[in-house]
Design a protein around this ligand. Structure first.
Ligand code: 6OG
Length: 178
């Protein structure tokens, strides 16, 4: 085997407002047809926090007081790059979430029992009128750490993927509070 000697830095930002979570449906590119937070590549000369704010604005049209929430490392067999994702969250925002070429924003229900009572894979939405968190249409690791982000707990995690054709299959996941 070879060590992963190169790292690519990305961001991912999640907005929580009252009992709602803002996600974007990715229309193109990496992770297309999945819901996710808003984010992308950290550009040279930018800090991850600056990149997170820029990507949030570019992809959703809003500004928010983002705070660092966690770090995720993604490793894929056969890829020489490790992906380092700085995850951010905010509890308020300004502007109006707006569809862009890349993302279609939408609100999803959160509630006290959202950790296991608001998972579309169980067919449960705890807030009628808003859809439940679309974990079945998100990256496979998200269901483990997103509840911790919602609770305001900081975390770090590592997910290992295997690539089968153009599909990423999660083989292992570890995360912990930091
Ligand atoms: P652009 O291609 O849009 O940046 N990303 C992931 N997010 C989650 N939740 N799980 C993963 O598991 C991910 N891999 C990548 C980071 C890609 C966006 O997708 C996120 C960026 O926000 C593998 O520039």
């Amino acid at each position: 085997w070879q060590p992963y000697t190169q790292t690519r830095f990305y961001t991912n930002a999640f907005i929580i407002s009252d009992d709602k979570l803002l996600l974007g449906f990715k229309k193109r590119g990496f992770g297309a047809n999945l819901y996710n937070g808003f984010g992308g590549k950290v550009e040279p000369g930018e800090t991850p926090a600056q990149a997170a704010a820029r990507e949030l604005k570019e992809e959703s049209g809003i500004d928010a007081p983002l705070e660092h929430a966690g770090v995720l490392i993604f490793l894929t067999e056969g890829t020489e790059w490790a992906f380092h994702i700085d995850v951010f969250s905010a509890r308020s925002y300004t502007g109006e979430p707006t569809e862009t070429d890349e993302m279609r924003p939408g609100w999803f229900s959160l509630s006290e029992n959202s950790i296991n009572g608001n998972d579309d894979r169980l067919g449960v939405s705890s807030s009628p009128g808003l859809p439940s968190i679309p974990y079945s249409k998100m990256w496979a690791d998200d269901i483990y750490w997103l509840p911790h982000l919602v609770e305001g707990k900081k975390f770090m995690g590592r997910a290992d993927f295997a690539k089968e054709g153009d599909k990423f299959i999660m083989r292992k996941f570890w995360f912990g509070a930091v």
